[in-house]
Ligand binder design. Sequence first.
Ligand SMILES: O=C(O)/C=C\C(=O)CC(=O)CC(=O)O
Length: 215
Amino acid sequence: MNHPILYSYWRSSCSWRVRIAMNLKEIPYDIKPISLIKSGGEQHCNEYREVNPMEQVPALQIDGHTLIESVAIMHYLEETRPQRPLLPQDVHKRAKVREIVEIICSGIQPLQNLIVLIHVGEEKKKEWAQHWITRGFRAVEKALSTSAGKYCVGDEISMADCCLVPQVFNARRFHVDLRPYPIILRIDRELESNPAFRAAHPSNQPDCPPELPNK
Ligand SMILES: O=C(O)/C=C\C(=O)CC(=O)CC(=O)O
């Protein structure tokens, strides 16, 4: 059987979340790189719009279906590949995982996404991204102060960790001062050496430019 195909861009945080989840669950997959910058963005070409009408990455072709939206994809993987669960059994812990996922995936990342920053403009984009990341990280740090063990929620890696690590990379990219968020920093450091996370890192992607900026 063919491997699932993940349409991905090396430093898209949304693609990165799904790469981590696939790696943790040990699902083999092939990457089809979609450059978000080449020729105005390959995500806008007619062929890719058929795959993802939102003209964004990721998209995942799996089990004869095409799936879009990283959180929906992670839930599909969780429901069809329950090995190495990414949601805790305990209902309150599950709620906390979803809360952190939601803060990052609705409350932070979309506001500092490429399409938004293009509208904000070159001059203002750094300050804009810093504002929204700082605002969201304050809430994430507060949530983690009661939920975190070794990882975001307790001692098991969850979807929340899949979302946190790429968002920390983005924060560094926009030179956010991360010192007020010691729990976020500790968890990010903890996961740095995890093989599933390492393999999903932008620097280990086939479409990563040879000289990675802001590594
Ligand atoms: O190389 C680039 O500059 C283009 C796009 C990105 O980084 C991806 C994003 O839009 C940010 C994100 O995933 O949060």
